[in-house]
Design a protein around this ligand. Structure first.
Ligand SMILES: Nc1ncnc2c1ncn2[C@@H]1O[C@H](COP(=O)(O)OP(=O)(O)OP(=O)(O)O)[C@@H](O)[C@H]1O
Ligand SMILES: [Mg+2]
Length: 232
């Protein structure tokens, strides 16, 4: 049996609004990511990276083109199917952490488990410990540093052991040392649990952690490039 890729994107187009000249964010993007692979996607601001992640996550719909996640065609799944897939099979790490401010670190992670019907406090505590935040569970996001908040966001994404983690500028808000720690952690957890990781970034830092490096230019994924090329 041939295993299907975790992500398969074919000739993907996204136009925001109906002005033909402006707002075309994706212009025929193609992408395949296998199980367990860590891929970094580089591109300048406005090149279409976040648009692509949102479409893969089923948070928005393409103008045309095919998206399969975990072997399932997002269009055929319908809204309810996409929500279900997102909850059970996908983890997210956003640029600005996106923790719920009225919930503690522990509650943010626990909620992720509740949403998939596995409300196990021990698993939530273990996920926090795995990102080095043992004892910080009762703290609210505003009582944590940027790096700690991002680690809570990682704990929240990994706790359900999804097939795929999508990370949009996971180090965007962090200094270099903290950014490296966060990437180390993310890469390690994904490797240990055979999760695929797609990281979107415009900083070279990220590329050392990836098996494969892609570049996005004007809504198209153009080339497979090397770490050295990015850092030049
Ligand atoms: N909701 C929207 N409505 C209209 N245009 C949008 C919308 N979201 C994004 N765009 C446009 O689509 C293009 C791609 O945006 P996108 O956010 O995907 O870029 P990006 O590569 O993530 O950039 P950055 O590195 O700055 O985060 C940009 O020209 C942007 O202005
Ligand atoms: Mg973006």
């Amino acid at each position: 049996m041939v295993t299907k890729p975790v992500i398969r994107v074919v000739d993907l187009w996204k136009q925001y609004g109906d002005d033909n000249k402006n707002g075309v964010a994706l212009r025929g993007a193609n992408l395949e990511i296998s199980a367990g692979e860590t891929v970094a996607l580089f591109g300048k601001s406005g090149s279409g990276k976040t648009t692509l992640l949102n479409l893969i996550a089923g948070l928005d719909r393409p103008t045309r083109g095919l998206i399969e996640v975990d072997g399932q065609d997002l269009e055929t799944l319908g809204e309810r199917g996409r929500t279900e897939l997102r909850r059970k099979r996908l983890g997210f790490v956003f640029q600005f952490f996106n923790l719920l401010p009225t919930l503690t670190a522990f509650e943010n992670v626990f909620l992720s488990l509740e949403l998939i019907g596995k409300p196990d406090p021990k698993t939530a505590r273990e996920a926090l410990a795995a990102v080095g935040l043992e004892g910080k569970g009762p703290r609210y996001p505003h009582e944590l540093s940027g790096g700690e908040q991002q680690r809570v966001a990682i704990a929240r994404a990994i706790v359900k052991e999804p097939a795929l983690i999508l990370a949009d500028e996971p180090t965007g808000n962090l200094d270099t040392a903290t950014g490296n720690q966060v990437l180390d952690l993310l890469e390690k957890r994904c490797r240990e649990h055979s999760m695929s990781l797609l990281m979107v970034t415009h900083t070279p830092l990220t590329c050392r952690y990836a098996h494969r490096i892609l570049r996005m230019v004007d809504g198209v994924i153009t080339e497979q490039t090397s770490c050295a090329e990015i850092e030049r």
